[in-house]
Design a protein around this ligand. Structure first.
Ligand SMILES: [Zn+2]
Length: 263
C-alpha cells in the first residue's frame, strides 16, 4: 500500500511540476480577464501607466506565484488556514507575517500611495490582483489541520495530487474538458446591481464566503478513502461554487481597482 501511495505521489509530483500556490494559471487568468471587462475608463488609464507594454491584468496575475521563491516574506500572504469549525474570527489564524486577509488592504494602501515610486506601486498592483483571487479559492481559507487540503492525497481525472491542488487547478481543467462554455459563462457581462452587490465589503467579509464553501462543499463531499478518489459527482457538486468564486473575484478585482485607480 505504501509503495502504491508513493508511486501515486511520485506521479502527482511529475504532473504537478509547479507547486500549488493559489488558483492555477487558468483560474487566475479568467479572473484577470473578467476584471478587465469591468474597469472604468479612468482606472484603465492609470492601470496602463503602471503596466509595461504588452502586459495586461491577465498576464501579470500569476507573478506573485512566480516570485514566491525569491520573496520568502510573501509565503504566508497567499492563504489563511481557518478551521472549518470556527467562523468567529480570522485574526488568530493570521500570522504576524500577514495572511491573505490582512495583506490585501495593505497592498491597496500601497497602490493608492502616490508618494511611492512607479515600481513600488506596480509591485503592489501585481500582489493585490493575485491575492484577491487567492482569497476566493475555498481551500486557501478553510482547513482541517491539513494545510488547507495540501496533506489530503487525492486522485481526480486519473491524476494523483492533493485536495488543495485539485481546487486550484484540477477541477478547473476538468470542467474545461467537459464544459467548454464555462469560461464564457463566468466572464459574462454583469449589470450594475450585480456589480454593486458583489463589490460590498472587503477581504474581512469575503474570506467567510470562501470558508463556507470549504466547510459545506469541499470537505463534506470528500470520500473517506486515502488517496481520496474524487469522481465526477464530486466535481459536479463543486462546479457552481468554483464558478461563483471566480466570478466574484473578477468583479471584486475590478471594483477595488476602480476605487483606487479610478479617481
Ligand atoms: Zn497564490
Amino acid at each position: 500500500m505504501i509503495t502504491k501511495l508513493a508511486a501515486l505521489a511520485a506521479a502527482g509530483a511529475l504532473l504537478f511540476s509547479s507547486p500549488a500556490f493559489g488558483w492555477g494559471r487558468e483560474g487566475h487568468q479568467i479572473i484577470g480577464r473578467l476584471a478587465t471587462l469591468h474597469l472604468s475608463p479612468k482606472a484603465k488609464t492609470q492601470l496602463t501607466a503602471l503596466l509595461n507594454p504588452g502586459e495586461t491584468l491577465e498576464s501579470i496575475t500569476t507573478w506573485a506565484d512566480e516570485v514566491r521563491g525569491n520573496r520568502p516574506e510573501s509565503a504566508t500572504w497567499h492563504y489563511i488556514n481557518i478551521p472549518i469549525t470556527d467562523n468567529s474570527s480570522w485574526r488568530k489564524y493570521c500570522p504576524d507575517t500577514d495572511c491573505v486577509v490582512s495583506i490585501i488592504p495593505k497592498m491597496e494602501r500601497r497602490l493608492s500611495d502616490k508618494s511611492l515610486t512607479r515600481d513600488q506601486r506596480r509591485e503592489a498592483l501585481f500582489f493585490l490582483v493575485h491575492f484577491i483571487a487567492d482569497l476566493h479559492q475555498p481551500m486557501h481559507t478553510g482547513d482541517m489541520g491539513d494545510r488547507g487540503g495540501n496533506d489530503v492525497p487525492t486522485v481526480y481525472n486519473n491524476y494523483a495530487g492533493n485536495l488543495h491542488g485539485t481546487w486550484d487547478t484540477g477541477l478547473i481543467l476538468g470542467y474545461k474538458q467537459t464544459d467548454a462554455a464555462m469560461f464564457d459563462r463566468i466572464a459574462r457581462p454583469a449589470g450594475f446591481r450585480e456589480r454593486r452587490r458583489t463589490a460590498k465589503g472587503g477581504s474581512e467579509q469575503w474570506v467567510w464566503q470562501a470558508h463556507a464553501i470549504s466547510r459545506d462543499v469541499a470537505y463534506p463531499n470528500l470520500p473517506k478513502s486515502r488517496p481520496a478518489q474524487l469522481d465526477q459527482a464530486y466535481a459536479r457538486a463543486a462546479q457552481p461554487s468554483v464558478e461563483l468564486q471566480l466570478r466574484r473575484a473578477g468583479l471584486r478585482t475590478a471594483a477595488v481597482l476602480n476605487r483606487i485607480l479610478g479617481k
